[in-house]
Design a protein around this ligand. Structure first.
Ligand code: SF4
Length: 582
């Protein structure tokens, strides 16, 4: 079995002891790596916690393809319990960090306990050390400048336990959503740096070469990967989603505004883009290097230009771009930062809370006070759900406490169901139905039709769970059929995986995560969209439409083999080799 090192390092940050263990072969075959392996190892270490910022574990994982030349395979993953949602959380990052971690000869790092003083963790060719640091208090770029090797750090937001703090790598990619940065901050862990010179072993070079050649040609001939994403980055979606009446404005209160084009990929290209960048082994190159009159940086991505722009009633591209730079410098998740400020702006406009201004006002100072938990920032740092619960209003556009991304669920039935049933909360990356319901990849389904959608959502969630375990970028799947991933995995590891087996692995991972959440008190009542989405939109191509979510949930639970409360049945768990969770 090649591709894996079969080695994990367990680190107790309290006494700085490091222990190495061999990872069981069957676990690697059954969970692959990344999100799957991370969730499985996390479950061995911690099953629940009263406070994710007091007692928690971080599991960093690579996949067997990480560090090879398989397209988009440079990603790296972390699993933990989210301080924002209380659910299981995984997050994966692009760039080159994963490639460097892979060359250190370890598949997983399990971090437990808490250091008394600020530390950084170093991995050098399989040697793991914990060292005291004077980087506490530094912003992201200041901290990264002081570390050698490929690095990932938290900013002030993570240090101040903002529940949606990110971890940022030295190539400006982030472990986003759900607050991994706050968990690192709670352990006094400022950052990680990794290096090594080991090469991932490949089982069948010829098979790999053959599929690499075919895959590159597919990526070059797909209009999405070779033109849309490459030329305009992810903001290519702005005008498309606006045209579909699904680009939300001002906390999902409305859609359609002629100023939306100010934030589009096309306008970005004309006004702020000065170059492109890519992650390891990626021919797509969707990253955008940008500049405003005052600053230079990377992004914003589609979700960020929406979250810090249209969702806040701000249609000034340069202001939104600078807000994005600031979030990255302070280590804040852009979607939740924007979603939380949007809730607060609606609270202001409706006379519930007056600590912010209304839509369209400048957010620079607000972003800073959130990261440092000063003044009103202290309450905003808890996220929109806690903020709205405190002031007894329902302006939090979140699922399970995680703020929704830039797709109005009233415009796509499958995406609505996928948001509601996502294991980490309001996230588009667990099941990305925009592929099936908008792009027709792998097959087009009517976006307003609810019939049969449960099965399509189930397959999308399974696919994303195994892609997150390989770990590859989901954008590659706009060009590549699932057969490619099974052949890549076979070529690297020597284990013969069919597409059906990959889906079974995805299903196993989804059920493991679901059981983790069920045993922590989550149930059918948590698989819900905010009340706002029971009212139809009054403008645009998605107007007049709401979905019968209860019926879709019934269909979905049945397709998943779960009971009416959304609990995986014993039979289902046994069938997926998850009997140990019964
Ligand atoms: S498509 Fe973009 S995000 Fe995905 S691996 Fe390539 S450069 Fe990175």
């Amino acid at each position: 079995m090649k591709g894996w090192w079969r080695k994990l390092a367990k680190v107790d940050l309290g006494d700085r002891k490091v222990q190495f263990e061999e990872i069981d072969k069957d676990i690697l075959v059954d969970y692959i790596g990344g999100r799957g392996l991370g969730g499985r190892l996390l479950y061995e270490e911690i099953k629940s916690t009263k406070d994710p910022l007091d007692e928690n574990v971080l599991v960093f994982t690579r996949g067997p393809l990480t560090g090879t030349m398989v397209p988009t395979s440079g990603r790296f993953s972390v699993s933990t319990i989210s301080p924002l949602t209380g659910t299981i959380l995984d997050s994966n990052v692009g760039g080159f960090f994963g490639k460097h971690f892979s060359s250190a000869g370890i598949d997983a790092l399990v971090l437990k306990g808490k250091s008394e003083v600020p530390v950084v963790l170093k991995v050098d060719n399989g040697v793991v050390t914990v060292e005291e640091t004077d980087l506490w208090g530094k912003t992201v770029s200041e901290a990264l400048d002081s570390l050698n090797g490929a690095s990932a750090v938290i900013g002030p937001a993570g240090e101040n336990l903002v529940r949606f703090a990110n971890v940022v790598t030295d190539d400006d990619r982030v472990f986003g959503r759900g607050g991994v940065g706050a968990v690192m901050g709670s352990k006094n862990l400022k950052g990680l740096s990794v290096k090594g010179d080991k090469k991932v072993e490949i089982d069948d070079q010829e098979l790999l070469k053959n599929y690499l050649k075919k895959a590159i040609s597919k990526i070059e001939s797909s209009p999405v990967t070779s033109r849309g994403l490459r030329k305009f980055g992810t903001p290519i979606l702005v005008n498309l989603l606006d045209w579909l009446g699904m680009f939300p404005l001002e906390n999902f209160q409305r859609v359609k505004d002629e100023r939306v084009d100010n934030l589009s990929g096309e306008t970005m290209k004309d006004e702020i883009v000065e170059g492109h960048y890519r992650c390891h082994a990626c021919p797509i190159r969707c990253g955008l290097k940008t500049k405003t009159d005052k600053m230079k940086g990377k992004g914003p991505e589609y979700e960020s230009v929406w979250a810090l722009g249209a969702n806040l009633g701000i249609f000034d591209l340069k202001k939104t771009t600078e807000a994005n730079y600031l979030c990255n410098e302070l280590g804040l998740d852009t979607i939740t930062t924007g979603g939380t400020i949007a809730s607060a702006m609606e609270m202001f406009e409706k006379g519930v809370w007056d600590e912010t201004d209304g839509f369209g006002s400048d957010v620079t100072e607000l972003i800073k006070v959130i990261a440092y938990r000063e003044e009103a920032g202290d309450e905003l740092a808890e996220g929109s759900k806690r903020l709205c619960e405190r002031y007894n209003c329902d302006y939090s556009m979140s699922v399970k406490g995680m703020e929704l991304p830039a797709y109005d669920p009233r415009g796509a039935a499958g995406q609505a169901l996928s948001f509601a049933t996502s294991n980490r909360g309001g996230c588009h990356l667990r099941g990305y139905m925009i592929g099936e319901e908008i792009f027709g990849v792998p097959k087009l389904f009517d976006r307003f039709n609810t019939s049969g959608k449960a099965e399509v959502v189930k397959r999308s969630q399974e696919r994303n769970a195994y892609l997150d375990s390989l770990i590859v970028c989901k954008f590659s799947s706009f060009a590549l059929s699932e057969e490619y991933y099974s052949r890549f995995l076979e070529a690297v590891t020597g284990v013969d995986y069919t597409v059906g087996e990959l889906h079974k692995i995805g299903e196993r991972i989804y059920n493991l995560e679901r059981m983790f959440n069920v045993s922590n008190g989550f149930s059918r009542g948590d698989d819900r969209l905010p009340e706002r989405f029971n009212e139809p939109l009054i403008k645009g191509a998605s107007s007049g439409n709401v979905f019968d979510m209860e019926k879709m949930l019934d269909d979905y639970y049945e397709a998943m083999g779960w009971d009416r409360e959304g609990r995986p049945t014993e039979k289902k768990l046994e069938k997926l080799n998850l009997g140990f969770m019964v």
